[in-house]
Design a protein. Structure first.
Length: 178
């Protein structure tokens, strides 16, 4: 397992689109048992925050390692560039996904300072929301605490998606001139 993580960290196994890295990171996170919990009925609050029903509990989830623009006026008195588009993308992504896995990112705390759960949102097909929104250019990678182990592999996956979005001028890279 150490060799596989090292190969991901160096990019030795990543394909042109990062497919091998993504598949290997997902497989290793399942093997390592990093906090997988099934959720139902996601509701997108904005581009990086969801509410997910887990059993009898409604959990607020902050998608780990990304930041999308603000979609409401609450924080800055106005929405920020790309915020409404990120929320629209999140709602569209969540619309037909009734079962999600909340996957912890190793090396990061369980919750953020607002007591929101920090996690990846992954659907039954293995589609990761964070990678999708970053690849479309409506969120950027942000690191407050550096993840370790498999979390570092996920960070590399996100950075690859961000480089692709920037190179192709997607979303906020053109609309907001990030």
């Amino acid at each position: 397992m150490t060799i596989a993580v090292l190969a991901i960290a160096t990019g030795a196994l990543s394909g042109r689109d990062g497919t091998v890295t993504r598949l290997l990171a997902d497989a290793l996170s399942r093997i390592a048992g990093i906090g997988v919990a099934a959720g139902e009925r996601p509701e997108a609050i904005d581009g990086d925050t969801f509410k997910v029903q887990q059993g009898n509990e409604l959990v607020t989830v902050r998608v780990a390692l990304i930041d999308a623009g603000e979609s409401s006026r609450l924080r800055y008195g106005r929405p920020t560039c790309g915020g409404r588009q990120a929320r629209k993308f999140a709602r569209r992504w969540a619309r037909n996904r009734h079962e999600l896995e909340l996957r912890r990112v190793s090396g990061l705390p369980r919750t953020d300072r607002y007591d929101r759960r920090l996690a990846r949102l992954v659907d039954r097909r293995g589609d990761d929301y964070g990678s999708a929104v970053v690849r479309r250019g409506w969120a950027r990678v942000v690191v407050y605490e550096k993840p370790r182990g498999l979390g570092a592999a996920y960070l590399l996956q996100l950075r690859g998606a961000q480089a692709q979005a920037r190179r192709k001028g997607r979303g906020g890279w053109t609309a907001c001139r990030w």
